[in-house]
Design a protein around this ligand. Sequence first.
Ligand code: UD1
Ligand code: MG
Length: 453
Amino acid sequence: MPLSVVILAAGQGKRMKSDLPKVLQPLAGRPLLGHVLDTAAGLEAAATHVVYGHGGEQVLEAFKGRDVHWALQAEQHGTGHAVMQAMPQVPDDHLVLVLYGDVPLVQLDTLARLVAAAGPDAVSLLSVMLPDPTGYGRIVRDGAGNVVRIVEHKDANAKERAIHESNTGLMCVPAAKLKGWLGSLKNDNAQGEYYLTDIVVMAVRSGCQVHAVVAPTVTEVLGVNDKVQLAELEAAYRKQRATALMLEGVTIVDPARFDARGPVSAGRDVHIDVNVVLEGSVKLGDRVRIGPNVVIRDSEIGDDVEIHANCVVDRAVVGARSIVGPFSRLRPDAKLHEDVHVGNFVEVKNSVLRAGAKANHLTYLGDATVGEKVNVGAGTITCNYDGVNKWRTEIGAGAFIGSGTMLVAPVKVGAGATIGAGSTITKDAPDEKLTLERSKQVTIDSWQRPPKK
Ligand code: UD1
Ligand code: MG
């Protein structure tokens, strides 16, 4: 049957004590709802609906451009009422998978099992065994073990409260029947809400099968209600990602001090020291070594690259065998070819450094093309901005730029040229020649240091 995913995301999240709506709170740098949408995308559903309410405009803005149908639940009258808001857009012959926008770590395999257990005459729900199920709905089974209903904690008697099998809230239900059941929900319960969970007893009465699929881990069904739980899930996510990479062969010196926040691909024998954060999509070649305190975002790092301590690499490409850092900053569109050295306090932005180029100390290379085997001396700056526009600097292969050089762009330094230290170069410097710009050094023989008063 075709699948429609319905994600409940209208809750306010009062306990977050934040101006940001709960489903926009970031986990590993992405909004909670983003995690759910990304995981659900793996199901290739016919449509995805998000029921939103609190912080509506902000939520729509954060996900604009996504292929999602939005259903507004202006007032929150319970999970059943929330699902109702999306149902007019769902065709009768679909299965409806209900997810929560604040349960971010649910796994694709689990969702696939839940969907597989549902059908035109079968409802499936995801349950979980909790050591302390206080607050959760309980799965009530009959003597034969069949699910008969779900009772909310607040409505449960002592015997029901002793049940450990709890409702995660995630379920999969045939749309036509769901529409009927939702229509007959009542709110005569402890919270005065329309409970989605009340459809279970209706399903049983109508002769529908109800299958409880037990979640393989507690973590993946945990919801986020406050910043403490948010940090707990962040830690769980961190551990998951580190474990997966270690099982692929990556050496992670301390998995508790390593964060992979987006997709990472890593070659063989990659070594990662402590306090490394990988964000966005990061590709690491074979034998890459990353030192402590390094942030890499949306970048590609070639084979045998060494990134020393305290570097920030953002939307850059680093060629094989290059050495970066310590204390280097590679900014967007920094492209280092093979065997490039970029050392301490060197910033590179929108620049190409061809094979074997070196800029080892205290340098800014912005909007520059640096040829093969160029040596950029300490304290060199490409003056790329005239206060209005940005201009390019081109340095030919094999050039030697003396220390403390200002290259005032637009400017070209020829291949094999040598620039004398301390020059401010405003005109193109020819190939193979020494060019320097420097006032004459003088010594004043008659000068005397004034006496101290
Ligand atoms: C719900 C379940 C309970 C389950 C628990 C798991 C019901 C009646 N109860 O309870 O059995 O054990 O989740 O966490 O379904 N939401 C809306 N609109 C609303 C109400 C809720 O969008 O009007 C959203 C919330 O933002 C949240 C989700 O639905 O993402 C669950 O709502 P919540 O209030 O946390 O439900 P619980 O009372 O915890
Ligand atoms: Mg809840």
